[in-house]
Design a protein around this ligand. Structure first.
Ligand code: CU
Length: 107
């Protein structure tokens, strides 16, 4: 007789996924709100310059950041998000000022 394994903490909800499309000079998120908990933020560089993805909770002190992503490449950032509003941006040069910034709401 085979017993089904009991549910464990690791078998909970799969992490939320958000794709961030980067180009010169814009950041477009695939969704603007996610549930709190584990999330995978995927940066896809559709541009012709290098970009990266940084994320910080508004009012928070910790910044998570991907490596620099070359054109046509992808990077993922797995983070634990608590409820609040997060800012996503590119840290390279003046890209943020030029429009590479987005907001993600976590409920
Ligand atoms: Cu950039």
């Amino acid at each position: 007789m085979v017993l089904a394994a009991p549910p464990t903490a690791s078998a909970q909800q799969a992490p939320a996924r958000v794709q961030v499309s980067a180009a010169e000079f814009s950041f477009a998120v695939s969704r603007t709100a996610v549930r709190k908990g584990q999330a995978i933020l995927q940066l896809v560089n559709y541009g012709e310059d290098d970009h990266d993805l940084a994320v910080r909770r508004v009012g928070g002190v910790r910044t998570h950041r991907t490596r620099i992503v070359h054109p046509g490449n992808v990077a993922e950032l797995e983070v634990r998000l608590s409820a609040g509003r997060y800012t996503l941006w590119c840290t390279l040069a003046d890209h943020r000022l030029r429009g590479m910034e987005a907001t993600l709401v976590v409920r």
